[in-house]
Design a protein around this ligand. Structure first.
Ligand code: SF4
Length: 431
């Protein structure tokens, strides 16, 4: 049966009024006044019966988990120990001085019983409040990602065939579902199919910089340009690249804020053809660094740039600087491009060959099926406005990640499994 924590602001046994003992500008006072944690009672009502033992109030539980990250308390056991000693925590939780503090296990049981949706709601509600307070403009969005160390040692990673790893993951899921109500959904995106951490099978073994490979998650984050409010987050295994989540974050931002994204800003890792085309088609300006330009910079040095070739949309051919015709030869399904080439013997006998190509079979051009949209997005990405936005992005994003890392236990998972890491990320983003 669901319990309810009653606030008693009047004098307590020891003539201590907690309301008066917490200073007027205490951050928790502002949070308590602003954030409505009460929504959780309705959201988790279905998890509690009508009869039986009275539970710890879900509002108090949610606030405890909030405190865990708000003050980066080392562990849940530690939090339960210090609550009794901290007047501000007691006041925030609506506990009296002599009230019994629950066992730390209530937190893990609540997470398993509630699932991640409650924490997602908390995050969405905080974003909505920021919008109401005029802290979110909604039109310019900065996107980035960061790797989070899973709560698993690198020695826990085993290597085997994809079939055996898939069977092991299935077995972990089955065991987990027997132990807890909430499990990692089977539909989440695939990770490296040859490696698996025995401690946390959802995390993927990936490297950060030149360091060791170890189990990690990827935290994908979008922040609004106006004040740096986090408006969208997604957590995936570490092997899911950041550029795959750009559109998902844009859509989540639009849903959470009710504003259409006019400009998407990110570094060159996001500046892929598929992201450029998708942004152009939805009317969002691409202020992302250009990954292809970065890759091609060295490779195409000293030879004719693609702009030296004229495209004829009526005949669907390119005309090269020597006046020869490059015709469509092959379709690349994976990246939605068509390959254009001149006949091998034409390039072989060409006087401009040394300036045009180093390939033995002649010059090749690739044209995306949505090349017009791609060209438009690329022009936006190379504009002066995009450069300014990317400079601002560095400052905003670094501040956002640094605050989360230094103050809110961002870089290391407290718990195991993807759904628990999602809870951690929602709580930190809410804070
Ligand atoms: S090498 Fe081939 S594509 Fe290049 S200029 Fe000569 S004929 Fe044209």
């Amino acid at each position: 049966m669901m319990g309810e924590q009653k606030s008693e602001p009047q004098l307590f046994n020891y003539a201590v009024n907690l309301e008066k003992r917490v200073r007027a500008n205490h951050p928790l006072r502002q949070i308590k006044a602003t954030i409505d944690f009460g929504f959780v009672r309705e959201e988790v009502a279905h998890c509690y019966g009508e009869k039986g033992n009275v539970s710890v109030d879900p509002v108090a539980i949610l606030k405890m988990m909030f405190l865990l990250f708000f003050d980066d308390v080392p562990s849940e056991r530690e939090l339960m120990k210090i609550i009794a000693e901290r007047l501000d925590y007691l006041w925030f939780l609506d506990y009296s001085l002599d009230e019994e503090i629950p066992d730390h296990s209530v937190l893990s049981k609540a997470r398993a019983r509630w699932g991640k949706e409650v924490f997602e709601s908390l995050f969405i509600r905080t974003v909505a409040q920021c919008v109401e307070a005029g802290l979110v403009d909604g039109k310019k969005l900065h996107v980035d990602a960061s790797l989070i160390d899973a709560d698993a040692a690198k020695e826990s990673v085993i290597k085997s065939s994809p079939e055996l790893i898939a069977a092991l993951k299935q077995a972990y899921r089955a065991t987990e579902s027997k132990l807890e109500d909430t499990t990692t959904p089977e539909s989440y995106e695939a990770v490296n199919d040859r490696l698996m951490s025995r401690s946390d099978p959802d995390a993927a073994a990936v490297r950060r910089g030149g360091g060791d490979s170890r189990p990690r998650y990827h935290h994908h984050r979008a922040i609004d340009d106006q004040k740096g409010v986090i408006t969208a987050v997604e957590t995936t295994p570490g092997s899911i690249p950041e550029n795959k989540k750009l559109l998902g974050l844009i859509e989540q931002h639009e849903k959470n804020t009710g504003s259409k994204v006019e400009v998407a800003i990110a570094d060159y890792k996001y500046g892929r053809q598929e992201n450029y085309v998708a942004c152009a088609e939805r009317g969002t300006a691409s202020h992302m660094g250009d990954a292809t330009a970065k890759q091609n910079h060295v490779r195409s040095q000293g030879i004719f740039p693609e702009s030296a070739f004229a495209y004829d949309p009526v005949k669907d051919i390119y005309r090269c600087p020597a006046g020869e015709t490059l015709k469509p030869r092959r379709l690349h399904w994976a990246n939605r491009t068509i390959e254009y080439k001149a006949a091998k013997k034409v390039c072989a006998g060409c006087l401009l060959r040394a300036q045009c190509t180093r390939a033995s079979n002649g010059r090749t051009l690739r044209r995306h099926e949505k090349q017009v949209a791609l060209d438009l997005a690329r022009a936006q990405a190379h504009s002066r406005a995009a450069e300014c936005d990317r400079r601002r992005r560095r400052h905003l994003m670094e501040a956002s990640f640094a605050d989360a890392t230094n103050n809110h236990h961002f870089k290391r998972a407290r718990w195991r499994r993807l759904w628990r890491q999602q809870i951690q990320d929602y709580l930190i983003a809410s804070i």
